[in-house]
Design a protein around this ligand. Sequence first.
Ligand SMILES: Cc1ncc(COP(=O)(O)O)c(C=O)c1O
Length: 458
Amino acid sequence: MKTIIEPFRIKSVEPIRMTTRAERETWLGEAAYNVFLLRSTDVLIDLLTDSGTSAMSSEQWAGMMRGDESYAGSPSFYRFEQAVQDIFGFKYVFPTHQGRAAERILFSVMCKPGDVVPSNTHFDTTRANVEHTGARAVDLVIPEGRQPQAAHPFKGNMDVAQLERLIATEGRNRIPLCMLTVTNNSGGGQPVSMANIGAVSALCRRHGIPLYIDACRFAENAYFIKLREDGYAARSPIEIAREMFSHADGATMSAKKDGLANIGGFIASNDAQVAQQERNLLILTEGFPTYGGLAGRDLEAIAIGLKEALEEDYLLYRITSTTYLGRHISEAGVPIVQPPGGHAVYIDAAALFPQIPPRELPGQALVVELYREAGIRAVEIGTVMFGRRDPASGEETTAPMELVRLAIPRRVYTQSHVDYVVEAILNIYRRKDSVRGYRFVEQAPVLRHFTARFAPLP
Ligand SMILES: Cc1ncc(COP(=O)(O)O)c(C=O)c1O
């Protein structure tokens, strides 16, 4: 069969509400043009994030009922630990309430002021948690990863030569660890090849630098390796995932992505000393090590979800639906990061709206238009998220790319929902020359995109 279908049927439905353009205009004004400040009931198709928005399976719901809520030593923890170890292979596994808690604990243990932490591209919470310790977060993705239109099967790869130069200039002692984000969310959801993971790992091991994988979308990355890298076509996603992690010394994970859970995460490593320090911090801020900020039922959902995310029928449908959206808008002329990523399609707002300079936030302009046009919520990944305002001069630093991410929640929307999104984007495309930019009215010093307030430029 050529038709690739959703490999599930629907047992429980959640109504979504149509709204009028006039209503959306009012709500946009009330939210100061920041879609994070909208009520989700006023959103028709929510592509803000693929994080924590998955539909759980009947098996996961059954697991929720089995969840044991004992404070210490719950069997749910041991099922969770076994599932994580089976895929990731690390000795020490601590549950956290979500990915950023794992990051905070890892960087608090490993980093000090003046240190440098390289990655292909740090996600916003990763960067913020590195910088919170006084260390510097450095992005070393390959040049193709910074060019939205460049063709490359693994645009999430790290530039190994640049990493080598960084180690030479900074010195091994200032680099407490190296990160690799799979897939590379902030760089367009692009995968990292096994060859690249191996090369980064070999270089790090030569210098005694631990390599940690930010594993949020490890299953999608494994599937891209299967589809695109020589020698992996006949391997199963779980075998590929195991090989990916065999190159690493540890991982941070937000189970809200490829854990197919609505909350949760973990931190894992092979280093007993690091694990001891992590355990101490975990107890201080998350909870006892056998629940770590989660309920027993959440641990069950993650244990099952990690395995379901590696099923081939699921991954085929997942990658096909993202590609379907990307192909239909790009064939009509909408500039997107090519090829479409695993969990999301990224529109190049700078190329779509050349009349809006980065300082006037072209990505934010597109996010607002999507909601105004059709009640679709997306997220800006550009100057709003990664730019900075110098508190002294008020000078604005812009981001290297002005992207808008359409993140697809897992197992939530059907093909007709995606067709609706395509139609809305093409409507905006037809009137793209009349769209204008935005300015900040208010912004927080860190992670400003969540709470910033904007005003349209005349
Ligand atoms: C690559 C990456 N790392 C880390 C995180 C943080 O995870 P969480 O939102 O669970 O704290 C995210 C979340 O989107 C992510 O995409």
